[in-house]
Design a protein around this ligand. Structure first.
Ligand SMILES: C=C1C[C@]23C[C@@]1(O)CC[C@H]2[C@@]12CC[C@H](O)[C@@](C)(C(=O)O1)[C@H]2[C@@H]3C(=O)O
Ligand SMILES: O=C(O)CCC(=O)C(=O)O
Ligand SMILES: [Fe+2]
Length: 338
């Protein structure tokens, strides 16, 4: 059994309206860098507009996703089970987490995409091409954002974060989540009264996530006060979510925001597409020297992305995995002496 804490949000039910930061990438660079850093410190999520990703790139992959999830159950199952890659239904990860969703989890390596596409599509070349084009586009966007982050933090090496996700060995993944519409015409039905958890509360383990969904609501974030804040859907734009790895690299200056997805829509199914930008398995995650001082001691021991991924897959979705790598004050004194 792993010793990890259970977060306050898990118990919170309250919802409140808060405006999620919006960053316009066409504005002056100094304005953009400042806005991004502030959003990463206070929210751990922001929307990017004027991102430069052609609509055609997004809509082509969306059409592939809609086509796949529209297939009969038996056909979809040929792309599964998700262990962890492939098609999954209701089971999230390997440790018994459940959610009201179907999904496709794919490694972004082009060889892996080409291989997987054979069980996903009747025209695998079309799926492969749409997925590779989308991955390239969102990787570019993620790299651009990470370079702006480095600039906003006055780090001399502007590519210190983006280099990790651009590496050919990067362990980045692409995920489609599909939340079927709820049929609750009976007002006394359970589904009508309760929030249905599509994807339970968690923080993303990677450096950063680029999320896009159709126009159905469902994503919520949880800030320190325990309130759930709905994230309005915007099919033409992207949300950037800070992951645990970037939180560690900044020694907790940035928040890796806890979030979840509800599956309560009666109007239509919700589909989201996420790119999770990760380092290579051997990539080191350790607070950068810029963020460590006698006033702000190092909060984590160095570890590799491979180690963190292993920890992620041996914990439950809602667990605070970073606890396993956090230094105690006594460790910190030892660290200063060494
Ligand atoms: C329950 C789990 C699913 C997950 C691996 C884990 O053991 C804990 C982290 C989960 C998560 C959340 C963000 C991403 O969706 C994901 C792909 C990831 O890297 O970490 C999932 C994992 C998964 O679904 O395989
Ligand atoms: O589907 C969504 O909108 C969010 C899902 C999510 O947070 C995840 O897959 O990590
Ligand atoms: Fe997530």
């Amino acid at each position: 059994m792993v010793a990890v804490s259970s977060p306050a949000c898990m118990r919170a039910k309250k919802t409140k309206a808060v405006r999620i930061p919006v960053v316009d990438l066409s504005l002056d660079r100094s304005v953009v860098t400042e806005q991004i850093v502030k959003a990463c410190e206070e929210y751990g999520i922001f929307k990017v507009i004027n991102h430069g990703i052609p609509w055609e790139v997004t809509s082509r992959l969306e059409a592939e996703g809609v086509r796949f999830f529209g297939k009969p159950a038996g056909v979809k199952q040929r792309a599964g089970p998700a262990t962890p890659f492939g098609y999954g239904l209701k089971n999230i990860g390997l440790n018994g987490d459940k959610g009201e969703l179907e999904y496709l989890l794919l490694h972004t390596n082009p060889f892996s995409i080409a291989e997987r596409s054979k069980s996903i599509s009747n025209e695998p070349q079309n799926f492969t091409c749409a997925a590779n084009d989308y991955i390239e586009a969102v990787k570019e966007l993620a790299s651009q954002v990470l370079n702006l982050v480095a600039e906003g933090l006055w780090i001399p090496d502007k590519h210190v974060f983006s280099r990790q996700i651009r590496d050919v060995q990067s362990d980045s993944v692409l995920r489609f989540n599909y939340y079927p519409a709820v049929n609750n015409r009976d007002p006394s039905s359970k589904a009508c009264k309760e929030v249905q958890i599509g994807f339970g509360e968690h923080s993303d383990p990677q450096i950063l996530t680029v999320l896009r969904s159709n126009d159905i609501a469902g994503l919520e974030i949880c800030l320190h006060d325990g309130f759930w804040i709905p994230v309005p859907p915007d099919p033409t734009q992207f949300y950037v979510i800070i992951g645990d790895a970037l939180r560690v690299l900044t020694n907790d200056r940035f928040v890796s925001v806890r979030h979840r997805a509800l599956a309560n829509s009666t109007r239509n199914s919700r589909m989201s597409m996420m790119y999770f930008g990760a380092p290579p398995l051997t990539g080191t995650i350790s607070p950068l020297p810029q963020f460590v001082s006698p006033q702000k001691p190092r909060l984590y021991r160095p570890f590799t992305w491979g180690e963190y991924k292993k920890a992620a897959y041996s914990t439950r979705l809602g667990d605070c995995r970073l606890d396993l790598f956090r230094l105690r004050p006594s460790d910190d004194k030892l660290d200063l002496l060494s």
